[in-house]
Structures are given as structure tokens and as C-alpha cells.
Design a protein around this ligand. Structure first.
Ligand code: ADP
Length: 406
């Protein structure tokens, strides 16, 4: 307890002195101020936040009850003890109703007076501590809020700069890549026309350019998604046709067999055909690159409870279960994974783009995997309502007849 500071108010100077004396003897380190009138007391109260105030009720001019009212207005937390005359019960009741901490009857019982005053001081000092802690907490909270706001602003700005850089870089990379592809095709045609065989490194150059195209296109798509600019043009299509076309393209570009597992009846969905092909292409490309060349890759589709469920299964290395929840995150690559067929192509964006595309169609995408046995990726989409609408027919040369088992 810090040294208490008390104000005693009484027009009776003898009682003032007696009470001051008693306090100084029985309360450690007490500092006592005195006032002989309520108005003198009010002047002091304005300046000093006392631990407790003791006042006689009966005083000329402003009496103790009126003084109590003013104290409550100026220093509502300061406990005030009022001294009443002997038998003045009505005044005592008024004092307590008016917010007095306690009342002391004359002749003053010093033990009772000191005990009551000590309690009042303790209450005041505790409430002051609580108040100080509340203020300190509020200050910390506001400092913290300020800090969080500042960090958030910094992060938003850093994120904006990063997105801007990605957008700029991906588009700047795209232009020379297009030029490179065109010139390579032109050179190839010129050589062919001149009857000169293509040089042995020609195919490797073509593959390297194709890989760069995948990377740059993934970057451009990721930037489009982040800025909410991924546009979709949905149309009705038969999933079996879609799967057959994507499988054929993957077989042609990788030399791997993709087994199709399709139902006999049509499975119609309403999707952006190019974007949904991109999803299946990504899943197949992953299944192919993360499994050995002699392992089967199966693309299936079936109707399950009003939905079309597509899946891509491989018998590759699998994904440890602790990484499964993260593989659809942007730039996430399972640490320590290496491709098992062909060169590694990817920035950890493929599955992120797949998830965005599928979810933008109101569908779901997820994976199941067992290390050492393989992975299966699922895409579930709403069936198209039964109606005869315009159908997109994939390019004839790219389509093969879907069969239940291939
Ligand atoms: P990446 O460009 O690295 O292939 P993706 O987003 O397509 O990025 O995949 C994220 C990560 O998930 C990959 O880096 C790989 O570690 C893991 N992964 C994806 N598909 C398979 C799969 N079929 N088998 C094993 N691991 C896979």
C-alpha cells in the first residue's frame, strides 16, 4: 500500500486536530490535509485525488451532505466518511443513500473510525490499481491494434507488389516465348522444304519450349485467379468426350497409355470446356510424371448421386498424408518429391489452378494417396439438367471413341 493521503473537513478545529493526531499515530505514513469549510475542501479536492475524505455533516454554509454530492460529481471513486451527531440516524441514512462509504457517530469511537478509514483507503487504492491496469491494458491493446494495422498495410502492399511483379514477369516472358515458338516452326518448315533433316537436338528444343509454355501459362493463370480475372464460358458437354480428348492429347505428348474407364451412357455437365480440359490435363500430367513409365494411369468418370465424379489414378510414389491438405495451395510442392518420368515441369501451381477452376464451377476436388502405392485425384461436378442444348463437339481428329475399359 502506498502512503495514503487523507482530507479531513470540519469547522470544529479541536476535532480536526484530534482526528489528525489519531490518524498519524495509527496509520503508517499517512499524509493528512485539513479544511475548515466545505468550500475550502472543494478547492483541495479539485487539485488532489485523495485516498479518502472524512467530513462532518453539520457545518455552516455548505453542509456535509451537499459536500458529499459535489465530491461524488468531481471524484466519484473517492470514498467519503461522514461524521454525524449522536443519534442522528436520519442523517446517517441520508449520508449512506447519498453515496457515503460509511458514517461515524459522535463521540467518535477511534478504533471504529480508524478501521473504517483503513478499509476505505484499501478499497480506493485497489480500485486505483485496477483502473491503472485497465488504462495500461487499453494502451497495449491500442498499440497492438496499431501494430497489426501497420503490418497488415505492409503485407497488403508487399502482396500488391508481388502480384504486380508476377503479372509483369509472366506477360514479359510470354512475348519472347511466342516469338521463339514461331521462329522455330518457321525454321523447321524451311528445313523440311529444303529437304534438310531436322537436327538431332530439334525435339529436345521443342520439348523445352513446351515446358516453358506450361510454366508461363501457369503463372499467367495464377495471376488471373489472384486478381479475380479468370473468365469462364460454360457450355454443355459430354464428360466422356472431354476425357477421351484430354487422354489422347496426353498420350500423344508423353507416349504413355492413359486407360479410360467410362460409362456407356452420356454424362453431361455444363463447364468451360477449355478450363475443364486444363484440369484433367494437369491431373493426368501429374499422374504421369509422378509415376514410373510402366505403371498404369487411369482416367475414370461415373455418375454418383446426381454428380459426375471424375478421377485420375496412378500407382506412383504417393503423397505423405501430412502434405495432402496443402497440395492445392499456391506454389506448394511436397518437399523431397522427385518426378519419376520425364523432366520436372511445374512451379507448384497446377493443383492450385485446378482447385480454382473446379470451385468456380461449383464443384469439389480432392485427393487420396498412399505412400508407395499411388494417388487418386477426384473432381465432382453437378450433372447438367436433362435438356437438349447446344453441345460442343471436340475436334474430330482429337476424339477417340470412349470405351468402358481400354
Ligand atoms: P507441380 O508443378 O509441382 O507439379 P502441382 O500443383 O501440380 O505442382 O502439385 C503440387 C505438388 O503435389 C507436386 O509438387 C507434387 O509434390 C505433389 N503431387 C501432385 N500430383 C501428384 C501425384 N499424382 N503423385 C504424387 N505427388 C503429386
Amino acid at each position: 500500500m502506498t502512503a495514503p493521503h487523507i482530507l479531513i473537513v470540519d469547522d470544529d478545529t479541536a476535532l480536526l486536530e484530534a482526528l489528525t493526531e489519531a490518524l498519524k499515530i495509527r496509520v503508517d505514513d499517512v499524509q493528512v490535509d485539513t479544511a475548515e469549510s466545505a468550500s475550502a475542501a472543494l478547492a483541495r479536492i479539485q487539485e488532489t485525488d485523495y485516498d479518502a475524505i472524512v467530513s462532518d455533516i453539520k457545518m455552516p454554509g455548505i453542509d456535509g451532505l451537499a459536500l458529499l454530492e459535489r465530491i461524488r460529481a468531481v471524484r466519484p471513486a473517492t470514498p467519503t466518511l461522514l461524521i454525524t451527531g449522536h443519534g442522528e440516524h436520519d442523517l446517517a441514512i441520508q449520508a449512506v443513500r447519498g453515496g457515503a462509504y460509511d458514517y461515524i457517530q459522535k463521540p467518535v469511537d477511534r478504533d471504529y473510525f480508524i478501521a473504517s478509514l483503513k478499509r476505505a483507503i484499501q478499497v480506493r487504492q485497489l480500485s486505483r490499481q485496477v483502473e491503472e491496469q485497465r488504462v495500461a491494458l487499453e494502451r497495449y491493446a491500442s498499440e497492438l491494434e496499431h501494430m497489426v494495422e501497420e503490418r497488415t498495410r505492409e503485407l497488403v502492399e508487399a502482396n500488391r507488389v508481388k502480384e504486380e511483379f508476377l503479372s509483369l514477369a509472366s506477360h514479359e516472358l510470354r512475348n519472347p516465348l511466342v516469338t521463339l515458338t514461331l521462329h522455330m516452326q518457321l525454321t523447321g518448315m524451311t528445313l523440311e522444304r529444303a529437304g534438310v533433316p531436322l537436327p538431332p537436338h530439334w525435339e529436345r528444343m521443342r520439348q523445352a519450349i513446351a515446358r516453358m509454355e506450361v510454366l508461363v501459362n501457369d503463372l499467367i493463370d495464377a495471376v488471373r485467379i489472384a486478381s479475380g480475372k479468370l473468365a469462364l464460358s460454360p457450355e454443355r458437354c459430354d464428360v466422356r468426350m472431354l476425357c477421351a480428348q484430354v487422354a489422347t492429347e496426353q498420350e500423344a505428348s508423353t507416349g504413355r497409355v492413359v486407360t479410360l474407364n467410362m460409362p456407356a451412357e452420356a454424362l453431361e455437365i455444363i463447364v468451360d470446356v477449355d478450363r475443364m480440359s486444363q484440369v484433367l490435363t494437369n491431373l493426368l500430367a501429374n499422374a504421369i510424371q509422378y509415376s514410373l513409365a510402366d505403371r498404369p494411369v487411369v482416367l475414370s468418370a461415373a455418375r454418383v448421386a446426381g454428380e459426375v465424379l471424375m478421377s485420375v489414378a496412378d500407382q506412383g510414389a504417393g503423397i505423405p498424408h501430412e502434405h495432402l491438405p496443402h497440395i492445392f495451395e499456391r506454389f506448394y510442392q511436397v518437399p523431397g518429391t522427385s518426378v519419376q518420368t520425364g523432366p520436372r515441369v511445374g512451379l507448384g501451381l497446377g493443383l492450385y489452378i485446378c482447385r480454382e477452376i473446379v470451385e468456380r464451377h461449383g464443384g469439389r476436388i480432392w485427393a487420396e494417396s498412399t505412400v508407395g502405392q499411388g494417388s487418386r485425384f477426384y473432381v465432382a461436378l453437378r450433372m447438367a439438367p436433362a435438356a437438349g442444348g447446344r453441345r460442343r463437339s471436340p475436334k474430330a481428329q482429337d476424339v477417340r471413341e470412349p470405351s468402358p475399359h481400354r
